[in-house]
Design a protein around this ligand. Sequence first.
Ligand code: FMN
Ligand code: SF4
Length: 402
Amino acid sequence: MEMTYNLNIRATTQREGSFMSFADSIMKPATLGRIGVKNRIIRSATYMAGADEKTGNPTPKLIEKYKELAKGGVGLIITGHTYVNSNGKASPRQLSISSDDNISGLANLVSEAHGTGCPMIVQISHAGAFSITAEDGVTLAPSDVKNPMTGRPCKGMTISEIHSLITDFAKAAQRAKVSNADGVQLHLAHGFLLTQFLSPIFNKRKDAYGGEDILKRARIVFEILEEIRYRTGEDFPLWVKISVTEGANEGYSSLEGIRLAQELARVKVDAIEVSGGTFYGDKNLSPSRAGIIAGKNEGYFAEEASAIRERVGKTTQVILVGGLRSQERMVNLFDRGTAEAFSLSRPLIAEPDLVNRWASGDGEPAECISCNACSRTAKAGIVYCPVMRDAAEGIWAPPPEC
Ligand SMILES: Cc1cc2nc3c(=O)[nH]c(=O)nc-3n(C[C@H](O)[C@H](O)[C@H](O)COP(=O)(O)O)c2cc1C
Ligand code: SF4
């Protein structure tokens, strides 16, 4: 029997006489993607700026921010995307994992999280066409295409560039392991270089790294996974985040994304975080959608996650991200078997201690109003929520974009 939505009561759902509460389901310890967690709520990878611009090492302020998050009660933290080589940086003051010199900074970050009993995994990525550090301003992409956002030409990668990129990803994973991180997450989502390989818009290659079939365009991903396993060993947890659909005209569909997920499970990735859309695609299908209301339109990739959950074996865990705001929705999705865990990004920018609040018995949904104003705060330092700050200062006024 399906749970009826009622945001005024504590999250419960009934199925065949069982009575599932938030405390008895989501907040119970579990093993996710081979990592022990105290609950099933994950901080999804979130770029927060706050790294040293030159070295990409975390500044003390950023380390404090991560510590605050870890103390806030989440079961596991995924770092913001880190760049695997110097021409793959997406944003200013982004964390780097491109050099051995980044190991001690990352180790500090991990150790702060571990100090509060919170595991941490590192998201690894390359920005490709959207890199801000490309040599001579020419960004790398799977093929010679124009960047759909700037119109600027990108340079299609040579085979030897692809091979060295595979090594860079694997070395980055090794560095995460040496930093004592609990695993790595390969970023295949939202439009960066690995999404670009999956994309028929960016990938027009006629060689072994392209083709009509998404699994052919995904060849680089499988080679990276293999190389990571080789260098880090079978025991090091290996997660991926996917955009189940590109959410763009002529981009790949959710059916293709679901097939990809099946194949990722077949090669035994430990967990698949299901997101969707890209920053160059349709705004209404974007990864961080605006206008989410608890109990109304939460968890916008739930259908696709469910389809993936049905198709992959239990050895690969499915994590849902995107617009989750209430305990009721998470309990309901967990009860239905849609996903084993739930990831949050913006709600934890607004309320880093949200999970503690929920654990204390407060059943109110996340305060985040999904306006995306936080995405524009990186310039000023570490990403923050202007809506909550204004509220705390008693001058609450939603930014004009809200
Ligand atoms: C400021 C900001 C930074 C983000 N940085 C990343 C990132 O580094 N890697 C990533 O995979 N997703 C990133 N995302 C997307 C989130 O992880 C998440 O998939 C999306 O916001 C939907 O979840 P939410 O509704 O809980 O925010 C970012 C989102 C925001 C708002
Ligand atoms: S600015 Fe605050 S309220 Fe708006 S989306 Fe970001 S975290 Fe949520």
